[in-house]
Ligand binder design. Structure first.
Ligand code: ATP
Length: 286
């Protein structure tokens, strides 16, 4: 029997009566009484270069409700990856904090799974071995590991490739393994840094559809960075638009398209209008 992961309630997402609400936010406050799954409170980050400090992120506040899929867009260099790395606990903020389920997180943890653009699979391990890797590190019982690996292989449609090695897989398949590996740890939040950025256009669209189906199936809360505005509109319930120098959240855009989406929707006038609004938001943020 397959395990029943993510037995989480399905919260009601905010139904805006209009297709999209664009709010210029100084601080997007939590808009429901429900405790956010993820919160970033007043996060700033300074780096030093050639002996002088510069601010990359300036007082970032954001939140994700349980089961929300939210994208962050912004000009290159505005600090998106730095922000995601801070949320993952891989970089310490200069000030501010990150909370999961209302509790501040001091560093990396299994509650936050991370997926990068470059394939980060272990080449010497099979697909199943890659998915099992973190579970073995956590010393889960062998039976549990086997069950979870089999379940997530099925979720990402790669059961037949369990014994294959990464070099035998296409780019899209490798990313599906990376997603299965992250999901096998049953994280509270999945953090994705341009996960489909290296894929060709057709594979990218297949992966977008795959991610949406996976999200519907697993109820995972997902925060994703993308440069692709169409991808952001297609996947998100909300989009944070960042400005640069220093990186700030400038807009919190609600995308009230139907929750179940197919690729045809990208041709819909409503979809195109939302994309146009995001482009305008980016322009006013630069
Ligand atoms: N470890 C570091 N030390 C010094 N500067 C850094 C460090 N990491 C990032 N930066 C600088 O911080 C700024 C933001 O980088 P970051 O990679 O977060 O931006 P980004 O929005 O993700 O960019 P892109 O969209 O091009 O990937 C850049 O100017 C970068 O050079």
């Amino acid at each position: 029997m397959t395990p029943a992961p993510f037995p989480r309630s399905r919260p009601t997402l905010n139904d805006a009566s209009t297709a999209l609400t664009l709010t210029s936010t100084s601080l997007p406050s939590v808009q429901s009484s429900q405790l956010p799954k993820l919160e970033v409170q007043g996060v700033s980050k300074c780096f030093s270069h050639a002996g002088s400090a510069f601010t990359v992120l300036d007082t970032i506040d954001l939140y994700l409700q349980p089961r929300e899929l939210v994208c962050i867009v912004g000009a290159s260099g505005c600090g998106k990856s730095t922000l995601l790395n801070i949320i993952a606990g891989l970089i310490l903020p200069s000030s501010g904090k990150v909370l999961v389920d209302g509790a501040a997180v001091p560093g990396p943890g299994a509650d936050r799974g991370m997926i990068f653009q470059s394939y980060t699979l272990y080449p010497w391990l099979t697909v199943a071995g890659n998915i099992a890797f973190g579970l073995k590190l956590r010393r889960l019982p062998k039976g549990d590991i086997k069950q979870r690996v089999s379940y997530y292989l099925d979720v990402v449609g790669l059961t037949k490739f369990a014994r294959a090695y990464p070099k035998e897989l296409s780019g899209g398949m490798k990313q599906r393994v990376a997603i299965a590996r992250a999901l096998a740890n049953e994280p509270d939040v999945l953090l994705m840094d341009e996960p489909f950025g290296a894929l060709d256009a057709q594979t990218k669209e297949q992966m977008q559809k795959f991610l949406l189906e996976l999200w519907e199936q697993t109820h995972t809360t997902i925060l994703m960075i993308t440069h692709d505005l169409e991808e952001a509109v297609f996947l998100s319930q909300r989009i944070y638009v960042m400005s640069a120098h220093p990186g700030k959240i400038k807009h919190d855009v609600r995308v009230s398209l139907p929750e179940h989406r197919d690729l045809e929707m990208k041709l819909d006038p409503e979809f195109i209008q939302i994309k146009r609004t995001i482009i305008q938001a980016l322009h006013t943020s630069s």
